[in-house]
Design a protein around this ligand. Structure first.
Ligand code: SAM
Length: 218
């Protein structure tokens, strides 16, 4: 069964042709996207053998080996001028690794990327900003008691501030109730830490973080 996180991310693939799902693990996302007819073909890639074996098993079980190709590769190193991949997903990875993968990738033919960094989303958004990608949609979701940001981007330009980079320009604009709840609970957490804090340096850092988070609610 596909998770809510992957199901929501897959909605942004509709109408594209050839998907590359980097860090695919079980290949549930490309399988779902093909089954639903969102894309016609897919590459399910991972840099480790075991996840790729799981991916192959799942693809074969569904009889989708003609539509979903598995590739053992670091990041998106298989992308080049010739291939037809027009949409990329990188989901469920830390932002540092994700940024590194994007930095090394040949993305000239790619029209859209759907990204879901588990951490350091500000590094991913900074990469997008600096490499002429524009965020066209974003979702803030809770799945299995964890919060996730899903970023959808296409070629274009944008200018972000620090709040935008951490929380997402569109999430900040839409301010969904779940996001407000999350920021309020983070502010509560830092306020409690502030009550316990002894030294002035820690207090100063906590106050700065609280002020920053309040900015996300303004
Ligand atoms: C937590 S899983 C996420 C699986 C799936 N994308 C999802 O969101 O449910 C992360 C996967 O990324 C793979 N991975 C980590 N670094 C990678 C890299 N540099 N290149 C390709 N795959 C990588 C891991 O082997 C693992 O299978």
């Amino acid at each position: 069964m596909i998770s809510e996180r992957l199901r929501i991310a897959s909605q942004f693939l509709k109408g594209y042709h050839y998907l590359a799902d980097c860090g695919t693990d079980h290949a549930l996302l490309p399988i779902y996207a093909i089954e639903k007819g969102y894309v016609k073909k897919a590459i399910a890639s991972d840099n480790k053998n075991l996840p790729l074996m799981n991916a192959k098993d799942n693809i074969n079980q569904k009889g989708l080996f003609l539509e979903v190709k598995t590739v053992l590769a670091d990041g998106l190193s298989y992308l080049n001028l010739e291939n037809e991949v027009d949409v990329v997903t990188i989901l469920g990875m830390g932002g540092i690794v994700m940024k590194d993968i994007l930095d090394k990738a040949y993305l000239y033919n790619v029209k859209r990327m759907v990204l879901q960094p588990n951490s350091h989303s500000e590094l991913v958004r900074r990469f997008l900003e600096e490499h002429k990608w524009k965020i066209v949609d974003e979702v803030f979701i809770e799945d299995n008691k964890k919060y996730y940001q899903i970023i959808v981007c296409e070629k274009g330009s944008m200018i972000l501030n620090d709040l935008d980079r951490e929380f997402g320009p569109i999430i900040l604009k839409k301010k969904p109730p779940l996001f407000i709840k999350r920021i309020e609970s983070m502010i509560d957490h830092f306020n409690q830490a502030l009550e316990q804090a002894k030294d002035s340096e820690t207090k100063e850092k906590l106050n700065q973080r609280i002020a920053f988070l309040k900015g996300a609610l303004a």
